[in-house]
Design a protein around this ligand. Structure first.
Ligand code: NAD
Ligand code: ZN
Ligand code: ZN
Length: 389
């Protein structure tokens, strides 16, 4: 079968590999019908996740049709349309029982993560050996462990092009909004106007925000202005002398700043691991500018959430601002998909949200390698892509 593999720093390739087989009785083999590329895949393309190995099959957002089920799978049978969660949960452990499935204690045995962070997160499809080394879904077939837990049936009125985004984007954006505590009347600022930021903006308004301001640059904001007319923007690439994102936001929000700020950009991710090692050698420089910008922009006793992916350690962190002004800084973590996907499916069916607004392109699996490079350059206004398989 065809699969998209990481082949070294900034290199991906379509390769031929054998079709996956049932390995455990709770496995499902999925025939993929749709997948997509995510901002997180760019972190992998750049090789910033050190546990990538050449030939690793990428892709953590996908949907498909059940092709084969293991002997202990009870909820699914061949031919059923489903979407997969990007994280692999066991369904039985301490966190899974509370549906905080991104923290499943069973599916990721990475010990570096345990030692560095004081605990580990769940296994993830197509996200290197850092998250368990599970093959991804940018391929014709994939193996889904604990199939009964990690697949959600897609009803007939929800096409693949829409249901696919329940695997990650919708759950991540909704979690960012709920977990950072957006409530009625709040002014919300969102850094990063990619798909995650766009849906977080939509969800903030659904949760009663009185105003949403998105911070990003040029074409991304053009895309937002066209499709989300109720949203204000700050273009960080077009600031005048003496202006900063913080000064603009204060000016727009009664000289105090937004009530809630959410980081959906992770513009400095690429420095993460390198900085961990630099810190160990005592050479560390500042990695937290974007997070500091968010903290200093937010009003006193406001809330800040981090959804963009960061790794490793950082210093030069504005702890004084947190203490003196009572800013609540919340790490949103990897979003627990299982907590939200059923209610989000209902929001789609009730037409409360339209995930298609963030989809800019449709391509075939065979062309996916080219899409990665275009996505990287943000060429052709490319953002969310539906990959037909
Ligand atoms: P994306 O790459 O499409 O968008 C990121 C946007 O951030 C870009 O438009 C970029 O121009 C903007 N940006 C970069 N630096 C900025 C800065 N200094 N100020 C303002 N904007 C800036 O990514 P996406 O798919 O929308 O994902 C966004 C982030 O969310 C990524 O880091 C991704 O890894 C992360 N993510 C987290 C989870 C989770 O569960 N926590 C899940 C999925 C994705
Ligand atoms: Zn993703
Ligand atoms: Zn578990």
């Amino acid at each position: 079968m065809k699969a998209l593999a990481w082949m070294g720093k900034n290199k991906v390739e379509m390769i031929e590999v054998s079709k996956p087989k049932i390995m455990e009785p709770r496995d499902v083999i999925l025939k993929i019908t749709g997948s997509t590329v995510c901002g997180s895949d760019l972190h992998l393309l750049h090789g910033t996740v050190v546990e990538l190995q050449k030939g690793d099959i990428l892709g953590h957002e996908f949907c498909g049709v059940v092709d084969e089920v293991g002997s202990e799978v009870t909820k699914f049978k061949k031919g059923q349309r489903v979407v997969a969660s990007f994280q692999i949960a066991c369904g039985d452990c301490y966190y899974c029982k509370q549906k905080l499935s991104s923290q499943c204690e069973k599916t990721n045995s990475n010990t570096i993560e345990n030692a560095m962070y004081g605990g580990r997160t769940a296994g993830m499809f197509g996200y290197s050996h850092f998250t368990g080394g599970f093959a991804g879904g940018q391929s014709e077939y994939t193996r889904v462990p604990y199939g009964d837990v990690n697949l959600l049936p897609l009803p007939d009125d929800v096409p693949d092009e829409v249901g696919l985004y329940l695997s990650d984007v919708l759950c991540t954006s909704w979690h960012a909004v709920v977990d950072t505590g957006v409530k009625k009347g709040d002014v919300v600022a969102i850094w990063g106007a990619g798909p995650i930021g766009q849906m977080a903006a939509d969800f903030s308004l659904i949760n009663g925000a009185s105003r949403v301001i998105m911070i990003d640059q040029n074409w991304r904001l053009e895309y937002v202005k066209e499709r989300y007319p109720n949203i204000d923007t700050v273009d960080f690439s077009a600031l005048k002398k003496g202006e900063s994102v913080t000064s603009k936001l204060k000016e727009m929000c009664n000289n105090r700043g937004p009530d809630v700020s959410i980081e959906c950009a992770a513009g400095e991710y690429a420095k993460g691991w390198a900085h961990y090692f630099e810190m160990m050698l005592g050479l560390e420089t500042d990695t937290s500018e974007l997070v500091n910008e968010m903290i200093t922009s937010t009003r006193n006793f406001g809330r800040c959430g981090i959804t963009g992916v960061y790794v490793g350690f950082t210093n030069h962190f504005n702890i004084g601002s947190l203490m003196e002004r009572g800013i609540r800084l919340i790490g949103n973590g990897q979003a627990p998909v299982h907590l939200y996907w059923e209610s989000l499916l209902k929001m789609i069916q009730d037409k409360q949200i339209d995930p298609l607004k963030m989809v800019s392109h449709r391509v075939r699996l065979e062309d996916l390698d080219k899409v990665y490079y275009k996505f990287e350059d943000k060429a052709d206004g490319m953002q969310k892509v539906f990959v037909e398989t």
